[in-house]
Ligand binder design. Sequence first.
Ligand code: BG6
Length: 484
Amino acid sequence: MSAQARGVLLCVLGATGDLTHRKLVPAIAGLRRAGLIGGPMPLVGFARQPLDDESFRQRLHETVEGSDADDVIAQAVYVVGDLRQADDYKALGSRLDEIEAAQGPFAGRIFYLAAPPSTYTDIFQALGSVGLQDESHGFSRIIVEKPFGHDLLSARELNQELLSVFREDQVFRIDHYLGKETVQNILVLRFANGIFEPLWNRRYVDHVQISVMESIGVEHRGKYYEEAGALRDMMQNHLLQLLTLIAMEPPVTFDAEQVHNEKVKVLRALRLPAPHEVPNVTVRGQYGPGEMAGKPVPGYREEPDVRRDSQQETFAAVKLQVENWRWADVPFYLRTGKRLGRRVSEISVQFQRAPQRLFPRETRLQPNVLRLRIQPDEGMTLSVGAKVPGLRIELRDVDMAFDYGTFGKPGTEAYERLLYDAITGDGTLFTRRDEVEAAWQVVDAIEAGWRQEEIGPDIYRAGSLGPEAADELLHHDGRRWHLR
Ligand code: BG6
């Protein structure tokens, strides 16, 4: 019988944080609604706050939106324990055994780390010390939220600790961007269609742009953000993952191992800029006060838990080169930021101009651009030059467009997809050890340059599209951002 039919125990470590009510309970409810989990799936909360099952459920009731999670909440249980205390995990283990005796046997157990990253090592060790990684009665898997480390060294150490307890195939490192429908569609677009692959290389592609623009500020996460910044918070994971999907070679088969093998090759092929080159290929920005939707908003330095003289970046743009046969000399421009005038994530692949100009005023045409809209307004367009009706030859850019609305049903929410994959043991949409480490190498190189060259952030107005230097990064190469 499948894991979905037999049921799974989902144990949330750090269950009183907002991930449980914002993402996990709705994800289980969504999977149930879609008929994707038939068997029982009790959520076992584990955290320090002194709650009992009833008060934990009560809390979830108050915070989870929508009533279709009522069943999930009614089955939730709670174990009090200190995430760092190995002894407390014995109580957790006993409670899991009891639930299994009463409702099981289950296909396995999933431990979901929804705790502060500083506790990760202690949690790995504690789980190991009471044998919760053991698989003699069903699988034992661990889902680890980002950030996974804060640089290469810490990520390596974390991986070592984690893999001294769990095997790599028991580990599911989350990058929720990989769970988005539109992100999964990148591979389908590239490898299920015959027409793109022949063009998908340095002979036809001029450059690639990846923009993940957010309108929100740092909200209540000032403390975390002061440690992370845009480079660690978004670039290391989400944007570099998008880049790997665009740049990777076709995998031999669509299984996790093969897909990861190809992705990691891309990350390893990224040219690491020397510190003195970093100012020429990166932009660092921080939002100052400004206006969003007509209302004044504070600058980053006025946000709660942020130092008044903080040098942390809330915007980063980077020009990267993938040094392999397919992509040599094709720049990849990546940018991300908070408090920008638009909330939109988009990848655009700009093709080279036609080699010869046959038509008058053809120079007015833009080169063909394939735009993949990740969110919102999910879809894609390919811009092409067309003749405007009339006696004269007049040309104009038009879009061939596909809109996700065409399917007439909403996409699966990222956490639903990822939770489902962890239940079924499919690691394709998670990140492997070597991928995470290779991505940190890139971030470390940029950080080193910012440090050595003393690059502080350019202040941009909240509600703008980021610092002007980000436009100059492309102007310098005779290009411009498509999203403006
Ligand atoms: C998270 C970052 O990983 O992604 C946040 O920590 C960011 O800072 C969020 O806001 C963006 O996710 P989404 O799905 O809203 O694009």
